[in-house]
Design a protein around this ligand. Structure first.
Ligand code: HEM
Length: 179
């Protein structure tokens, strides 16, 4: 059904922009939170909310518009290796985002909230929490400051990994290389 291609392509591209565009702002939010640690908890919650309410739900609809494009353009999947590669990368990206990245950020929020509840002065957020968490440390329990630091590093690495996957997927979609 070639006449429907422009409609499905518009939906497909718009969804990808709305889902993944905000993700490119996450490093800016993280850097601002590092400079203004009193807003660190808000920054974490903002990132988490964008991921859960916008990026992941919209990303989950992309295979539907993609599938409609495959159908309306009469693409044979066995010949379209660029598309099969992109679909594999998409499955890796969405699984990683849901199973690992969201959980990492959730744990950071949990930790920062606990630290803030433990010390009113730490209601300032994870940055301030990092500075004073050592004072809350109970013998035998994991050091919250160290855990927060390693979670932050893991979230940053995960963000870079996901961004690379999105760039690769879009490059495959746009370039349709004969691989
Ligand atoms: C997971 C299943 C997916 C399927 C089956 C699929 C399918 C397709 C197909 C068949 C086209 C070619 C349309 C055309 O140019 O005539 C296309 C284009 C496109 N796709 Fe996907 N797609 C999928 C996922 C994604 C994802 C995850 C993204 C973004 C990260 C994406 C972004 C794009 C973009 C930007 C185009 C337009 C390329 C252009 O016209 O130059 N797609 N998709």
């Amino acid at each position: 059904m070639p006449s429907l291609v422009p409609l499905f392509l518009t939906i497909h591209i718009l969804t990808a922009i709305a889902a993944f565009g905000p993700v490119f702002v996450f490093p800016i939010i993280a850097r601002m939170a590092a400079v203004e640690p009193q807003h660190g908890l808000f920054a974490l919650r903002l990132t988490d909310t964008i991921e859960k309410r916008l990026t992941i739900p919209l990303a989950l609809t992309i295979p539907v518009s993609g599938g409609l494009l495959v159908w309306s353009e009469g693409i044979s999947l066995s010949n379209a290796h660029w598309l099969l590669t992109a679909i594999v990368l998409y499955v890796v990206a969405i699984s990683f985002a849901i199973l690992i990245q969201v959980r990492t950020v959730d744990r950071m929020i949990e930790l920062a909230t606990q630290l803030a509840a433990g010390r009113p002065a730490m209601a300032a957020g994870p940055g301030a929490a990092l500075a004073t968490a050592a004072t809350l440390r109970v013998a035998g329990e994991p050091d919250p400051a160290a855990e927060m630091k390693s979670l932050g590093a893991r979230a940053a690495r995960g963000g870079i990994f996901l961004t690379i996957l999105v760039v690769l997927i879009v490059s495959l979609m746009a370039g349709k290389p004969a691989i």
